[in-house]
Design a protein around this ligand. Sequence first.
Ligand code: FES
Length: 150
Amino acid sequence: MSELNFEEAKSAHIGRRAVLCGAVALALGVSTDIASASSPAVGIKQVGKKLQLELAKNKALAKVGGAVTFDLSDGSSVAIVRTAATTNGFVAMNLSCTHQGVTVVQQGSSWMCPAHGSQFDKSGKVLRGPASQALYKYPVTATAKLVTIG
Ligand code: FES
């Protein structure tokens, strides 16, 4: 197993999840109970310390507002959201609420926390507390065919 920069960074940000044994493995495509309005991501592969997602296999990302999700080995989930029609118009964020870490769920065009009602916009910005910080975002780059996270 190799370490993934993005999970370590998220763990440091959230400050409550330990990176398992200093290394992580991904469990992909098992997110249907996480964000019912999103699609489970497919075609993700690990490239070095980054993840790459094939756009051709994730049709939900063809439209602005579309999202796909996947799970990490630490039990948290990640969403990739199309926020603009431009090539780099993607956001990748961890779906752990920044209040107390409960996984947020997609509700219409926002993300809701079922624990205490925090609400985040599609890009993870806080719309309503008690959370005061945006959902943790990972670095993202994209081409016409691939989205790279990390
Ligand atoms: S854990 Fe999300 S609002 Fe409290």
